[in-house]
Design a protein around this ligand. Sequence first.
Ligand SMILES: C[S@@+](CC[C@H](N)C(=O)[O-])C[C@H]1O[C@@H](n2cnc3c(N)ncnc32)[C@H](O)[C@@H]1O
Length: 396
Amino acid sequence: MPPDDLNITAAKLRQQLAAQLAAGDSLRSPQWRTAVEDVPRHEFLRQFYTENLGPGVTSWTPISSELVGAAEWLTIAYSDQTLVTQFDGRPLDWNDPNPVSNANPTSSSTLPSLVVRMLEDLDVHDDMTVLELGTGTGYSTALLCHRLGDKNVTSIETDRDVADRARIALASCGYYPRLLTEDGRHGYAGPSPYDRTIATYGVRSVPAAWVKQTRPGGLIVTTLRGWMRSLGLVRLTVDGDGRAEGPFIAADPSFMIARQQAAPANMGMIPAPDDGKTRETTLGREALSMPDSGFVAQVVMPNARHFTMRDDSGIESTYVLDAENDSFAVLTQQGDDTWTVRQGGPSALWDDLEEAISLWHAADSPPPTGFGVSVTPDDQRVWLGSPDGPSWTLPK
Ligand SMILES: C[S@@+](CC[C@H](N)C(=O)[O-])C[C@H]1O[C@@H](n2cnc3c(N)ncnc32)[C@H](O)[C@@H]1O
C-alpha cells in the first residue's frame, strides 16, 4: 500500500476506533478522544501476535504487514484487542515467525478500551505530571505525551528489548518522554512528586515508592493481582506520610504480573495422604473459581494456588497449596453439597476462607468493587465495605 494510502486508511481506522470506544463507556472526554484519533497505534505494532479464540490450548498467530497485507494488519492494529509483542521474556524471530502456543505473554499493547478507561480514571488535567509503569510498546505512553506533553511524562519498562523498541516507536511519532529501563516497582524519584501514577502491569501490593513519589492528593491507578487471579483495578488517593487509600473500581482487567513477582515455578509441597486434620465443610472448591468468591479467596490466601487431581483409587481432590509456608487444604467432595477438607501447616487456609466468606455473605456478597485498599508504611490491607470493615493483609 503506498504510504499516503496507508496514512489515510490508518486515520480512518483511528476515527472508527475512537467512535467505538466513546460509544462504550471507556472513552469519556474530548481530550482523550483526540489523543486516540491522533496517535498512530500501528507505529507501535509493526509486528505482533493475536490470540486465537476457541477451545483447547491457547495459541497466537503472528501478524505483520508482510504476513497478512497492509490492510489486514492495520485493521487488527486498530481493533479493540490486546496485541502481544513478547512471550516468556524472549525476543521473537520476525525473520521466521511461527504460531506460538504453550507460552506466557510478557509484553503487549493492552486493549485500547482498557487503556483509555484507565487514563480517564486517572483524572488528569493540563500540565499534570505522570509516572507510568510498564511502557510496553509505548502506545499508552504516546497517548499520555499527546495529552500532557513529553516533559510531563516519565515511563519505566523493565525489559531492555521492549524498552528499546518503545523508544524508537515513540521517537518516530515525535514523542520524547523520560524513559527508564529498570524495575518500575522502585519508581523514579527524579522529577517526583508526580500528580498521577499509573501501572499497566499487575502488582501483588502497591510499591511503597509509588506512594512516596505521588504528591499528597494525587492518584495511583493500578491493578492488583495474585498468583491465582487478578483482584482488579484500584484507584488510590495519596495522603502523604506513605499512606494511600481507595476502592477497587473494576473487577475484570487482568494485567500480566510484574516480572519480578511471577508465581514461583514450584507450587509448594504436596501433602502426604495422612498429613493434616480432616473435617466436613459446606464450602466446596467452586469458591476458588467463582468470580466474586474467587476474589475473596485470592485476598485471603495471597500465596496459594490450586489444582485438582485423582488419587490411585480414582477419587478427585482439589489441592490448595501455600507456596510460602507449606500450609495446605485438600478438598474432596462427599455428596452434592458436602465436602471434607484436610488442612495442615501454620495457616488453616480453609478456616480462614470460610471465615472471610461468611463476613462477605453478611455484607450481602458484594462484587470486588465493594472492597478497597488502605496502604500505610507498615502494611497494606484489602477491606470490605469501608476502611474500618473486615480486612486482610496484602503480601509485601
Ligand atoms: C501490558 S504491557 C504494557 C502495555 C503498554 N502500556 C502499552 O500500551 O503498550 C506490561 C509491560 O509491563 C512491563 N513490566 C513488567 N514488570 C515490570 C516492572 N517491574 N517494571 C517495569 N515494567 C514492567 C512488561 O515488560 C510489559 O512490557
